[in-house]
Design a protein around this ligand. Structure first.
Ligand code: QAP
Ligand code: CO
Length: 170
């Protein structure tokens, strides 16, 4: 399992680099990311969140944690409409805020087998893909909400981190 970075950790601002070879080490990273996400539990995790600046995403929207999607170098090539969803993030634990996103996407990505595929996404999957690609670009859902809400979330998470640190020092 990987430790997950928490906002406002500056490493969440790293821009991830394209993955050139989909080989054993990349598959191992994807599997470890999936285990980290399932354990949390969450529905989406980008490599940036575990301090790996590579363009890798895992998503599983199923309740049974048995329908994983692996996205390598994902790109949105078309987007349509608008939708508003309450979003959360494993890197912003305990906070949920509404975010506007495109409602429908055409996505191009490589899969675990290294094939380039295209597919359409809507509903929660479309929202999740936009949220995860944001991570690869150093962006967080809190960048889409008001500055006031973002700064409140930042102070609360810093306060929580300091309390945890004090506890660990005892
Ligand atoms: C991104 O988020 C997402 O605050 C994935 O205490 C979320 O898996 C896309 C989580 C919503 C679209 C809609 C959050 C777990 C998990 C928390 C997640 C928490 C524990 C978030
Ligand atoms: Co997130």
């Amino acid at each position: 399992m990987f430790p997950i970075l928490v906002f406002p950790d500056p490493r969440l601002r790293n821009i991830a680099k394209p993955v050139s070879d989909i080989d054993g080490p990349v598959i191992d990273t994807l599997d470890k990311m999936l285990a980290t996400m399932y354990q949390a539990p969450g529905i989406g995790l980008a490599a940036t969140q575990v301090n790996l600046p590579q363009r890798l995403v895992v998503i599983d929207l199923s309740e049974t944690q048995d329908k994983p999607l692996f996205l390598i170098n994902p790109e949105i090539i078309e987007q349509h409409g608008e939708t508003k969803t309450d979003e959360g993030c494993l890197s912003v634990p305990g906070f949920y805020e509404p975010v506007y996103r495109a409602a429908e996407l055409l996505v191009r990505t490589q899969n675990r087998e290294g094939e380039t595929i295209e597919f359409e996404a809507d509903d929660l999957l479309a929202v999740c893909i936009q949220h995860e690609i944001d991570h690869l670009n150093g962006k967080l859902f809190v960048d889409h909400i008001s500055q006031l809400k973002r700064s409140r979330i930042r102070s609360q998470l810093l306060k929580r981190a300091k309390k945890a640190e004090q506890k660990n020092a005892k």
